[in-house]
Design a protein around this ligand. Structure first.
Ligand SMILES: [Zn+2]
Length: 243
C-alpha cells in the first residue's frame, strides 16, 4: 500500500476544491454556449422564413406582370377586331369577327379573375412580410439583452476557468506525479470528485459502508486508501466529523 502524508491529503483536498469549481464552470459554460447557439439558430430560422416569404412575393409580382401583359394583348386584339368590324362587308366575315370578339372577352374575364386572386395573394404576402419583419426586430432587441448577458457570463466563466486551472496546476506541482495522475483518473471517472471524506465508516462519495479495518486505516491517515465501491481517495477529518 502506498504511503501518504497528512500534507498530501491536504493538497489533495485543495486540488479537489479547484477541480469541483472547474467541473461546475465547465458545466455552466456548456449550458451558456448552448443557450447562445439556440438563440442564434432561432434567429437564423426566423430570417430564413422571411427570405422564403420574400421569394414567394417576387414570384407573385412576376406572375401579376405576366397576366397584366396578357390582358393588354387581348385588349389590343379586341380593339383591332372592333375596328375591323366597322369595315367588313360580308355577313360571314362579320359573324366570324363577333365570335372572335366574344372569345377574347371571355378569355379576358377569366384572366382578370386570376389576376384578382394573384393580387390578393400579393397583398397577403406583403402584410405577412411586414409583420414578420416587425417581429424579427422585436426578437432581436429582446434577444440583445439576453445575448449580452450570456456573453458576459461566458467571459466571466472562461476567465475563472483559466484561473482555477492555473491554481490547480500550481497545487498539483506540490504533489507526487503518481498521486496527481491517480487523482485525475479518479476525478474523470466520478464527475470531478476524486477525494471523499469517511464518516462513521461511510464513504461520503458513494454512501457505502467501508470495512472496519479499512476505516481504522483511513483514520490513521498514513496510507493511500481508495473506496472499494467508487475508487475515491478516502480521508478522515477528525474536526468535522459531525458535519
Ligand atoms: Zn465510495
Amino acid at each position: 500500500m502506498k504511503e501518504i502524508s497528512r500534507q498530501d491529503i491536504e493538497t489533495l483536498l485543495r486540488l479537489q476544491e479547484a477541480e469541483t469549481r472547474i467541473v461546475q464552470l465547465e458545466d455552466s459554460l456548456r449550458k451558456d454556449e448552448k443557450r447562445e447557439a439556440d438563440f442564434l439558430a432561432r434567429q437564423e430560422a426566423f430570417q430564413k422564413g422571411i427570405d422564403e416569404q420574400k421569394k414567394s412575393f417576387a414570384v407573385c409580382i412576376a406572375s401579376c406582370e405576366e397576366v397584366e401583359q396578357e390582358i393588354r394583348l387581348i385588349d389590343q386584339r379586341i380593339t383591332k377586331s372592333n375596328e375591323t368590324l366597322r369595315m367588313v362587308r360580308s355577313n360571314k366575315e362579320y359573324q366570324a369577327l363577333l365570335r372572335e370578339l366574344e372569345e377574347n372577352r371571355r378569355r379576358k374575364e377569366g384572366i382578370e379573375t386570376s389576376l384578382l386572386e394573384l393580387m390578393e395573394e400579393k397583398d397577403q404576402l406583403s402584410d405577412a412580410i411586414k409583420q414578420a419583419e416587425t417581429e424579427f426586430v422585436q426578437l432581436q432587441s429582446q434577444g440583445r439583452a439576453e445575448q449580452e448577458e450570456i456573453h458576459a457570463q461566458l467571459d466571466r466563466s472562461r476567465g475563472l476557468l483559466e484561473d482555477y486551472k492555473a491554481e490547480q496546476k500550481q497545487i498539483g506541482e506540490q504533489l507526487d506525479p503518481g498521486l496527481m495522475s491517480l487523482f485525475k483518473r479518479i476525478a474523470k471517472m466520478n464527475k470531478g470528485l476524486a477525494v471523499a471524506k469517511v464518516q462513521d465508516s461511510v464513504c461520503m462519495g458513494c454512501f457505502m459502508n467501508i470495512p472496519p479495518q479499512m476505516y481504522i486505516e483511513v483514520q490513521r491517515g498514513k496510507d493511500l486508501i481508495s473506496c472499494p465501491q467508487c475508487s475515491r481517495i478516502l480521508y478522515y477529518d477528525e474536526i468535522n466529523q459531525e458535519i
